[in-house]
Design a binder for this molecule. Structure first.
Ligand code: GDP
Ligand code: FE
Ligand code: FE
Length: 196
């Protein structure tokens, strides 16, 4: 796999940088998401290079401190409502700033897939869906329901998005965790694809 079309350095250099930036656990996770995203892209006739790179980079900003994102919101005059949320939203939604600045990635489709990888959105591109689903089904995941999620993901990408969003919503509500409105938009847009 070569990412030379999208990055000013090759995959080996990127892996070295990711290994220095991320904890061993998260480094393994992004390698697994790269692999799952490539498999999904191949299954659905999408570009495996863009999918793989999105997978490798999607959690690049996950281990940045809250202060990094709080400062970013202020400096860039972003919606102050973002301050109410936390790393779960920020690492993707705002992580794309770090990926652009620190790694030089400019491709808008890859950046958008990373931006919405946690919460989705109403009208997702195939690449958006591939990353959203790959993150959930990668081989290191072992929560109850993951086998079902894997089966659905390779039967329909929209179905995979719908299943994952419904499961995530129930999980968050059960734990009394606040739900970001865009997650609900994703659910409302994709719930028709749920198997019944
Ligand atoms: P990860 O970065 O590989 O752990 O996976 P994600 O980026 O998909 O999700 C990060 C965390 O955000 C997970 O714990 C999700 O359950 C959580 N999450 C997803 N949607 C929402 C939401 O609407 N609100 C909140 N508060 N958390 C969410
Ligand atoms: Fe993430
Ligand atoms: Fe992830």
């Amino acid at each position: 796999m070569t990412y030379a079309a999208y990055l000013p350095f090759d995959r080996d250099d990127l892996l070295e940088r990711l290994e220095q930036t991320l904890s061993p656990h998260r480094y393994q996770h992004v390698l697994n998401v790269e692999k799952a995203a490539i498999q999904l892209a191949e299954a659905y006739g999408q570009d495996p290079i863009k999918a793989g790179l999105a997978g490798l980079l999607h959690d690049y900003a996950k281990e940045k401190p809250d202060s990094y994102f709080q400062q970013l919101i202020q400096e860039r005059n972003l919606d102050p409502d973002l301050l109410q949320w936390g790393n779960n939203l920020w690492h993707g939604y705002l992580g794309i700033y770090a990926i652009q600045e620190e790694l030089g990635l400019e491709n808008p489709e890859i950046l958008e897939a990373i931006r919405v990888h946690t919460i989705g959105k109403a009208e997702m591109s195939p690449l958006d869906m591939i990353l959203y689903v790959a993150d959930y089904i990668e081989e290191g995941r072992n929560f109850p329901g993951v086998e079902e999620a894997r089966r659905i993901a390779f039967s329909s990408l929209e179905g995979g998005v719908a299943y994952e969003t419904a499961e995530t919503l129930s999980f968050l509500a059960k734990k009394r965790i606040p739900i970001y409105p865009q997650t609900l938009e994703t659910y409302n847009a994709y719930r028709h694809f749920l198997e019944r």
